[in-house]
Design a protein around this ligand. Structure first.
Ligand code: SF4
Length: 237
């Protein structure tokens, strides 16, 4: 069985849009009195090429590697470190890297020289939390050379009408978690799903979020049920 793992080359970020308002990185850091706006390279920076004593890579071949989950891979403060991160992805072509960004408008400034039509072992997810960000970010995303593209509507904050999303493999959607979570409406999800069906794109309802609105009722859903409740809806494509 191929298991997933994580690689967090740098930590810290700056809020740039509505989807960042309740960013879990800030929430987590605040518990330790840490300023999330300070961006630092982590001790795990070189994890993909680190080896065990017996010479094997610490991350075994074939894994899906969730990359940069407490920052944004295209963050400007990480410009100096990104070339080395790309290099590690190039070396570990036996792994598949996936990262999600709210800064797809920086992609042209961030790609390595040998990127071509996109490294085949890298999936990039473009976050689109509302219609405004859909209209702003997707034109950059859809025209960018990326081998594997997904759209991440999480936290979903409004109904979204997508443009033609040729080349996109999947749309992932879900509500917002945590205290003060903003509502996610079931009909917004169904609207996205219908568009995915029409465009022959995969759709995954990942989690309900903490405040879910369905048929005019507001449901407060505990954290441990948010994924299972979404699964029960049975609306994945
Ligand atoms: S881009 Fe992501 S990591 Fe950065 S502040 Fe926004 S939600 Fe947090």
């Amino acid at each position: 069985m191929i298991r997933d793992c994580g690689w967090n080359p740098w930590h810290g970020c700056t809020k740039i849009s509505e989807g960042c308002r309740h960013c879990y990185v800030y929430r987590f850091d605040s518990r330790y009195g840490k300023d999330s706006r300070e961006v630092t390279k982590t001790a795990a920076f070189s994890l993909p090429i680190q080896r065990k004593k017996n010479g094997d890579y610490k991350i075994p071949s074939g894994r899906l590697v969730y990359t940069c989950f407490s920052s944004d891979f295209f963050l400007d403060k990480a410009d100096a470190w990104r070339p080395a991160a790309w290099e590690m992805m190039r070396i570990r072509e036996d792994l598949h890297f996936l990262f999600i960004t709210k800064r797809i408008d920086r992609i042209a400034l961030c790609l390595p020289d040998d990127w071509g039509k996109g490294y085949p072992n890298v999936t990039i997810g473009c976050t689109v939390e509302n219609q405004q960000m859909c209209d702003y970010r997707l034109p950059y995303f859809l025209q960018a050379p990326i081998a594997h593209k997904i759209i991440v509507c999480e936290p979903l904050l409004s109904s979204i009408t997508l443009p033609s999303c040729k080349g996109v493999e999947q749309v992932i959607a879900g509500g917002e978690s945590g205290y003060n979570a903003r509502p996610c409406h079931y009909e917004w999800l169904l609207h996205l799903r219908a568009q995915c069906a029409e465009q022959n794109i995969g759709f995954h309802f990942k989690q309900t979020g903490a405040l879910f609105i369905k048929d005019g009722h507001a449901y407060h859903i505990p954290r441990h049920e948010q994924i299972s409740q979404a699964h029960k809806a049975g609306i994945d494509l």
